[in-house]
Design a protein around this ligand. Structure first.
Ligand code: TNX
Length: 499
């Protein structure tokens, strides 16, 4: 920093300028990134991106290089060609042995090294935050595109850093989901869990049971009779690909044996009495259940799991399992004992809300802990993703004046979302990671999603990525991030706690 300041002072005219022109603002500190990087050493000369800079990458890292070029071209207006070899004035991506990624900045080059493309992509996200916020504008800007000299060696605390979107209560279009993927992947979130069915609607095409979407995805199937819609298989595959290009793995969830009213409206044979229930667009929970003793139920469940597994390159398939208040305990157990192994039969790791742990078959499953008790001891499962509702639920209001959201788990201001640790709930060895769910009862469009997600999603991302947490530091860094959201038109919440 001191060196940069000295160089700038030399470059300035001796006749006192009123202020440092914006174009010559000092480079951003390497330690200002969200989530906080593990090791940072700031030293040496800055790198300056110019109209001659090139992006150097082996063919295997072409996808990451293209993402980087796409991120930098609009605001710089530079060509930034992607090449296989370059001598100098380059941003170089290379595979090496660095766990996580290593980012090195010298006068002549920025180098990002990682073992795989996911690591390189994480390094690219860090680099984007080291350039001036103007880099996030959609049109060419006048700015000094400098990056401070030094090195960042960084890697995630947990392998799983997730976000969840509820497409069932209100449908969100593929474009909205893509915009959300763009924003969450900037914070190194690497899983997006899609809640695809609930009492109100069914949001993914299943060929063997076509009425699920014909009826359950019809217009008006959103809460209060608004919205509606569903993802065709083509839409879904396209989303999986879009996410994978940003190193985000999509996890599909079909919620059962509760939260199934929409399926039963479409197929009355999924009820015990064979009578279709009325469609529901209110927000009550816990009143519907599949018919546990009936074979049709398992034919349905297996068809759905098979078709979803075929759409899913990732390891996990989420079967819900929460709030099955209309299912007896014995029935719930019998259901999970049959259904959890079905997920494995189609090559996926079963994943469910913490209730599934009641079943011995949850032994090889991942549990998503959404309860609020400060400690949790799984009986059968050994891996847990932490989403405690009073900390990680992005649909809770920030405070009583928040226009959107619910408050059954309390109010979650940014600091409340930030100030907790997975290991106070379960031992470190049981933690697979963290996830921030966003339920959509009150959310209609992308503006609503963004307002509830940001900045809290960044807080959860830091819990998942960084071993050390410090509120004062996070507050400062996320505040400095605001202009980036502004430049991209993201409708984030300006928390009084952040300043
Ligand atoms: C509880 S948390 C639910 C959802 C609701 C959410 C609203 C969980 C596993 N189930 O059905 O949408 O509360 O905050």
């Amino acid at each position: 920093m001191r060196i940069v300041a000295a160089l700038l002072a030399l470059a300035l005219p001796l006749t006192a300028a009123p202020a440092v022109p914006a174009a010559e603002a000092p480079a951003i500190a390497l330690s200002s990134v969200v989530p906080a990087p593990l090791e940072v050493r700031q030293q040496g000369a800055t790198f300056r991106l110019t109209d001659r800079t090139v992006i150097e990458a082996p063919r295997s890292a072409r996808n990451v290089a293209n993402r980087l070029a796409e991120a930098l071209r609009p605001a710089t207006g530079y060509r930034l060609p992607v090449v296989e070899r370059a001598r100098t004035n380059k941003i170089s991506l290379r595979t090496d042995e660095s766990p996580g990624y290593r980012l090195t900045v010298t006068k002549s080059a920025i180098t990002i090294g990682a073992r795989d493309n996911a690591g390189l992509f994480d390094g690219v996200q860090t680099l984007r935050q080291l350039l001036p916020p103007a880099i996030d504008a959609a049109t060419p800007q006048r700015a000094a595109w400098v990056v401070a000299g030094g090195e960042i060696a960084d890697r995630p605390r947990y392998a799983y850093r997730g976000a969840m979107l509820d497409l069932a209560r209100h449908f969100h279009t593929p474009d909205e989901v893509k915009r959300y993927i763009d924003e969450i992947s900037r914070f190194k979130i690497n899983y997006l869990h899609l809640h695809l069915s609930d009492d109100q609607g069914w949001r993914v095409q299943i060929d063997s049971w076509p009425r699920l979407t014909a009826v359950g995805g019809a217009p008006g199937t959103g809460v209060d009779g608004t919205g509606g819609g569903f993802l065709t298989k083509a839409d879904y595959r396209d989303l999986v690909r879009y996410a994978a290009d940003r190193y985000v793995t999509i996890i599909p969830e079909i919620d059962m044996p509760g939260h199934v009213n929409a399926a039963q409206v479409a197929y009355p044979e999924l009820t015990c009495d064979g009578v279709a229930p009325p469609p529901r667009t209110d927000t009550a929970v816990g009143y519907s259940s599949l018919c546990i003793g009936q074979e049709t139920t398992y034919r349905f469940v297996e068809d759905v799991i098979r078709e979803l597994a075929a759409l899913t390159p990732g390891p996990y398939l989420h079967i819900g399992g929460d709030e099955a208040h209309a299912t007896t305990e014995a029935d719930y157990l019998a259901f999970q004992q049959r259904v959890l192994p079905l997920v494995a039969k189609y090559g996926k790791t079963p994943y469910g809300w913490n209730e599934i742990d009641q079943a011995p078959a949850a032994k090889d499953a991942v549990l998503q802990y959404w309860n609020q008790k400060p400690t949790f001891t799984p009986v059968h499962a050994s891996k847990v993703v932490l989403s405690p509702a009073n900390r990680a639920y992005l649909d809770m209001k920030y405070d009583p004046s928040t226009r959107l959201g619910l408050n059954w788990a309390g109010y979650i201001e940014v600091r409340t979302a930030y100030d907790w640790d997975p290991t106070t709930y379960v031992p470190e060895r049981a933690v697979l990671g963290v996830e921030a769910p966003l339920w959509s009862e009150t959310l209609r469009d992308l503006d609503d999603i963004e307002f509830m997600a940001f900045p809290r999603l960044a807080a959860i991302a830091e819990i998942g990525w960084s071993p050390r947490k410090d509120w004062e530091s996070f507050r400062t860094r996320i505040h400095a991030y605001y202009p980036r959201w502004e430049n991209r038109g993201v409708n984030f919440y300006r928390s009084p706690q952040v300043g």
